[in-house]
Design a protein around this ligand. Structure first.
Ligand code: ADP
Length: 312
């Protein structure tokens, strides 16, 4: 099975005509829903058909109970670490009439996930262990280490690339999946040679594939998959590189596309017995379907929807 260790956050999404100025109170509309990169990826993998266990930390509060109820309703197994002194993670997301957003995220309980909270037996039996950087980093690193020791494939989505991220974490990673921004930051922080100009997102777009492949190689992870939004993704591993195009869809909300990709990729790895290209194509399909619907976790497609889409 797939074990996803990571964040759960309640998304509080507000639509407004314009962003409020200091002291201003605006009328708007709102919706709340389950979010957090870890949880979104677990939902994406489970809906795409992979037996999945989600591992995360929540508070003993109403949002935490909503989280548990959501997993029960979805029928996705979850291992909750309850932190009575911490609130459940929450994000205030403002979206203006132009579709731009402003977000404040309070990770709260997620930052209190501890090594002792990890379900050792489940990780021992896992084929794939997935993590991101929104939960406590020592506990996250420990989960990857346990996964690696137990013979699972370890996948890290280095998002968001926090200032306290330690490159040593990459030692425990088999497959690294950054988006363009995270990749640029990683290269500038770790793979960068003194005297070289820092890499920019603009320069990344113009790089020849062979150069991008060489840059991926400097990160010291066996497989690097850079997601490139509407351009799909780039797979780099020791024996060469591969570009997988995105699917063309009418996008209405691209938030969570990266999470959909990671979950869909993991489900694809199980379905295609470790074939990276087939798994990445599966990830692109799950992500493409997810951007055609608003929201993050609620927009993740089911296995039936994914197979129908891929047969078209
Ligand atoms: P993030 O959400 O982390 O910024 P990306 O924007 O790179 O990640 O998107 C992740 C994946 O989602 C891409 O590799 C692509 O397959 C898919 N995707 C993103 N945006 C679109 C889009 N507009 N149309 C189709 N697929 C998309």
């Amino acid at each position: 099975q797939v074990v996803v260790v990571g964040s759960y956050v309640t998304d509080l999404c507000f639509n407004c005509a314009h962003f409020p100025r200091p002291g201003e109170t605006l009328a708007g509309t709102s919706r709340t829903g389950p979010g957090g990169k870890g949880s979104n990826q677990a939902v994406a993998a489970a809906r795409a058909g992979a037996p999945t266990l989600y591992v995360g930390a929540i508070g003993n509060d109403a949002f935490g109970r909503e989280a548990q109820a959501f997993y029960e309703a979805e029928g996705i197994p979850a291992h909750w670490a309850i932190k009575p002194k911490q609130p459940t993670g929450a994000a205030a997301i403002l979206v203006n009439a132009e579709g731009q957003n402003q977000i404040i995220v309070a990770l709260a309980a997620n930052l209190h996930l501890r090594r002792d909270d990890l379900p050792i037996d489940a990780i021992d039996g896992a084929r794939i262990v997935i993590a991101q950087l929104e939960a406590d980093l020592p506990a996250t690193t420990h989960a990857l280490k346990l996964g690696r020791t137990a013979g699972a494939l370890t996948v890290l989505n280095p998002a968001p690339l926090r200032p306290d991220f330690q490159p040593a974490m990459l030692k425990h990673v088999d497959i690294l999946i950054p988006n363009e921004t995270e990749f640029v930051e990683l290269i500038n922080r770790l793979g960068h040679q003194p005297g070289q100009k820092p890499l920019t997102a603009k320069a990344l777009l113009k790089l020849a594939p062979a150069k991008l492949h060489a840059l991926c190689g400097t990160l010291g992870v066996p497989v690097v998959i850079v997601t490139l939004g509407q351009r799909g993704c780039f797979i780099s591993r020791a024996d060469g590189y591969l570009e997988i195009p995105a699917f063309t869809v009418d996008a209405v909300d691209t938030t969570g596309a990266g999470d959909a990709f990671v979950g869909g990729f993991a489900a694809g790895l199980l379905e295609h017995e470790g074939d990276l290209a087939a798994a990445a194509r599966h990830g692109c399909a799950v992500a493409a379907l997810s951007v055609t619907k608003p929201g993050t976790a609620p927009s993740m497609p089911t296995r039936t929807a994914v197979s129908r889409f891929l047969k078209k």
